[in-house]
Design a protein around this ligand. Structure first.
Ligand SMILES: [Zn+2]
Length: 198
C-alpha cells in the first residue's frame, strides 16, 4: 500500500496554492489558511492532526465562505474512528494480532488519562496471563474484511456513469487513500470495461 496519500496538511511549499472556494491560482503568497473540523480527515501519520482539514482561500470572503461551509457539515465520530482504524491497518499491512490491538488501545487510554498507571499495568498483566488462550491467539485483523456498504458502491457506480467520477477523484475529495475508498466501495481496481461487439 504505497499509493500517494492525499494529505490534509499541505507539505508542498513550492507549488502555488489554489483557492478551495473558487480554484484561483495564488502564486504571490497572499493565500489565507485555516483549519476546519472535518471528521473525514485523518492525517497520514500524526493522530493529533486527525479531524482537521487545512483550507486555503484567495481572500477573506472566500475563507469565510469555506469556514461556513464546513461548519454546516456534521462531524461524525464514527467516520473519524473508521479512518483511524484504516490508518492503523495501512501501517500494519501484515496484520495486527488481537493482543497488539488491545495493547495499543490500553496504551492510548493511558496516554489520554482515561485510566491510571495501576489499571494499565494490571491490564498488561492480565493480557500476559491470557496470551495464547483461545480467543487471544494471534490472528490477523486482515482476515476480517468487515462489512461492505453496498449502497455506497451503488451510489458510486451511478456517479461514475453519469459524471465520470473516478476512485482517485473521490479519494482526493474525501482526503482518504485510494486503497481505503476501493475497500469501502468493494472496487478492486479501475479498469476499462470490455464489451463484446455483436
Ligand atoms: Zn477564491
Amino acid at each position: 500500500m504505497t499509493d500517494s496519500e492525499p494529505d490534509a496538511v499541505g507539505e508542498d511549499e513550492a507549488q502555488p496554492e489554489l483557492c478551495d472556494r473558487c480554484g484561483a491560482v495564488i502564486d504571490d503568497d497572499s493565500e489565507l489558511y485555516a483549519v476546519v473540523r472535518d471528521s473525514s480527515v485523518v492525517h497520514a501519520r500524526d493522530p493529533k492532526l486527525d479531524g482537521g482539514r487545512m483550507i486555503v482561500a484567495c481572500s477573506r470572503e472566500h475563507l469565510r465562505d469555506l469556514r461556513e461551509q464546513y461548519r454546516k457539515l456534521p462531524f461524525v465520530d464514527a467516520e473519524l474512528w473508521s479512518g483511524k482504524i484504516y490508518r492503523a491497518m495501512d501501517q500494519h499491512p501484515a496484520g495486527m494480532s488481537e493482543e497488539e490491538l488491545v495493547h495499543s488501545l490500553v496504551y492510548r487510554c493511558r496516554e489520554l488519562g482515561l485510566i491510571s498507571d495501576a489499571t494499565a499495568s494490571r491490564t498488561y498483566q492480565r493480557l500476559r496471563a491470557l496470551a495464547g488462550q483461545p480467543g487471544f491467539t494471534a490472528e490477523s485483523v486482515s482476515n476480517f474484511p468487515g462489512e461492505q456498504p453496498s449502497l455506497l458502491g451503488q451510489a458510486f457506480d451511478l456517479a461514475s456513469k453519469e459524471t465520470g467520477l473516478s476512485v482517485p477523484q473521490l479519494a482526493h475529495e474525501l482526503a482518504w487513500t485510494s486503497t481505503r475508498v476501493q475497500d469501502l466501495l468493494g472496487v478492486q481496481e479501475q479498469r476499462p470495461v470490455l464489451r463484446l461487439v455483436q
